[in-house]
Design a protein around this ligand. Structure first.
Ligand code: HEC
Ligand code: HEC
Ligand code: HEC
Ligand code: HEC
Length: 223
């Protein structure tokens, strides 16, 4: 007797009926499978479209905060008072009585004052950014609009559109905090946190030594 056929001898069952039952069973099976695929199977593949909601779109619960400078800068005289505090002057103390000199520009030494101020920014004149008609208590946009110092980003954006757009969608300027605003807030640096407006070229950074954690200490032999 063969291994494939442990049933009673073939003579007990006519071979024709056995085959017919087998075929019937197979047909029912196929019909069931087709039905199942039609009902539950991968009939339609959803294509991503504008209407289809993303699988996970959390409600933004926290805000994005863009850091701003404190306000109008002050002039540091370099003199210390009796308490050791640095003596400062408002820009207007001198500039409300001074005729602005539009020829003064960065990258050229100042003749009478602000000699400590060194830098280079394209070939910009001081009055391209400072509002001399308001005694330098504000910044100035190209169309003459007065702009508070706190809104300096708008001044930078006026001349650096591509970088500003990159900043807006996050490719320039970095961030701290959360991408997912349902989990926590996000803080972003201002242009002037990274770029000195008088010398905006990003300064080269020295590569730092590897962190001195215990794993690294074992590898390098350092403490
Ligand atoms: C003690 C007086 C004094 C103070 C305070 C002072 N400045 Fe000036 N500033 C001057 C003088 C003088 C010049 C002209 C220098 C030159 O032409 O070489 C000048 C030039 C300038 C210019 C170039 C355009 C112009 O008007 O000639 C700008 C911009 C400027 N100052 C901005 C400021 C800002 C901003 C502050 C405050 C943070 C400030 N200054 C504080 C005296 C002052
Ligand atoms: C690209 C725009 C821009 C130009 C050009 C520019 N400034 Fe400024 N300046 C600023 C901004 C913005 C601040 C405020 C910085 C801050 O809030 O940290 C500032 C701050 C200052 C200050 C106070 C702080 C400090 O650094 O002493 C003085 C003084 C000053 N500017 C003078 C000048 C003079 C003089 C010139 C021309 C030689 C000039 N600036 C050119 C944008 C500019
Ligand atoms: C009135 C137009 C004007 C304004 C306002 C202005 N910039 Fe510029 N900036 C220029 C020009 C022009 C250059 C030089 C571009 C060049 O050399 O290709 C420049 C160059 C730069 C550079 C590249 C410097 C380098 O050498 O690689 C940086 C960074 C920069 N600006 C940042 C700023 C920031 C930050 C502000 C706002 C405080 C600002 N700019 C405001 C006109 C402007
Ligand atoms: C977190 C720091 C940071 C902030 C914030 C930031 N920048 Fe920059 N920016 C950089 C660095 C770093 C570079 C130099 C990139 C390089 O050398 O490839 C740069 C380069 C630039 C340049 C030179 C052109 C270039 O692509 O090399 C301009 C112009 C500029 N930034 C403008 C801006 C303006 C405008 C803002 C504000 C809207 C801003 N940046 C905010 C870090 C910053």
């Amino acid at each position: 007797m063969s291994v494939e056929d442990p049933s009673p001898p073939a003579a007990a069952r006519p071979p024709g009926r056995l085959l017919a039952r087998f075929v019937l069973l197979a047909l029912v099976g196929v019909a069931l499978a087709v039905g199942a695929v039609a009902a539950f199977g991968p009939v339609r593949v959803a294509r991503p479209s504008a209407e289809v909601a993303l699988p996970y779109t959390p409600e933004p619960k926290f805000a994005v905060e863009i850091r701003k400078p404190a306000g109008p800068p002050v002039f540091h005289t370099g003199i210390k008072d009796a308490n050791g505090k640095s003596v400062t002057m408002a820009c207007a103390e001198c500039h409300k009585t001074r005729e602005p000199n539009a020829a003064n520009r960065l990258g050229r030494p100042m003749a009478f004052f602000h000699q400590a101020l060194k830098g280079q920014h394209g070939n910009l004149a001081c009055v391209a950014c400072h509002n001399s008609t308001e005694a330098n208590a504000s910044l100035r946009l190209a169309d003459g609009t007065s702009l508070p110092y706190t809104e300096v980003m708008q001044l930078c954006a006026q001349c650096h559109g591509p970088q500003y757009r990159s900043y807006q969608h996050g490719a320039h300027g970095g961030m701290a905090g959360y991408w997912d605003l349902s989990k926590g807030g996000r803080t972003r640096a201002n242009c002037v946190d990274c770029h000195n407006p008088h010398a905006p070229k990003y300064q080269p950074v020295q590569p730092a030594r590897a962190t001195n954690d215990r794993g690294a200490a074992k590898e390098t032999g350092h403490e």
